[in-house]
Design a protein around this ligand. Sequence first.
Ligand code: AP5
Length: 217
Amino acid sequence: MRLVLVGPPGAGKGTQAEFIAAHLAVPKISTGDIFRANVSQGTPLGVEAKRYMDAGKLVPDEVTINMVRDRLAEPDAAEGFLLDGFPRTTPQAAALDKLLADLGSGLDLVLELVVDDDEVIRRLSGRRTCRGCGKIWHVEFDAPSQEGICDRCGAQLFQRDDDKAETIAERLREYADKTAPLVDYYGAQGKLVGIDATGPVEDVTVRAIDALRSYGG
Ligand code: AP5
């Protein structure tokens, strides 16, 4: 299955992507994770992306599209994938459609995680990420048994640089301005399914998997 997860910052895309990708047995491809890996390795792509990420802005389309094109050409993505955080603009969505059409395929479904801004702010301000395995935690909603330490691998947790209040506000503006139009874009293609992403993580996963099943996933 070729699937896209869309939703505002902090909607739970990364959290749900783990479960959904495992359910579908496809690779999870997160543009945010790829940018962050490049930032921590200090690559030229990372240096460029960091300027935008720290300001809560989107990385330019051309840079992002080229990066995704390379990633989708890897063998593990040949039979399906779950894209988390891409596309995020109409030009990115059009580029993805063209890329897949050239390969003789197309997207099966776009799953929209629906949550309001107050919930996003609560989620992002308490998010912690594991330095070792990348697992996402929350200080209140999904806390590890020992503060600051990952239960899964024992490594330290950290707070993302772009989870500061002023950066979160800018990310929400970017979402409303540049990403929300994708709801109409994919709605017009008949590929959009929205699910309520509030409530416990497990309940959201059940709603997501039910939605996928009704589309053959
Ligand atoms: P990216 O990493 O994609 O960030 P984002 O879209 O802003 O999304 P987040 O990762 O912040 O949130 P999420 O929806 O994954 O939520 P999570 O599961 O962590 O992108 C970062 C930056 O990279 C962008 O700002 C941009 O600069 C650049 N970039 C990336 N892709 C790009 C693109 N295509 N084009 C241009 N630039 C791009 O959950 C959040 C918290 O909530 C966690 O603590 C979690 O434990 C908790 N939580 C999750 N679900 C629940 C629940 N049901 N109840 C309670 N708590 C929950």
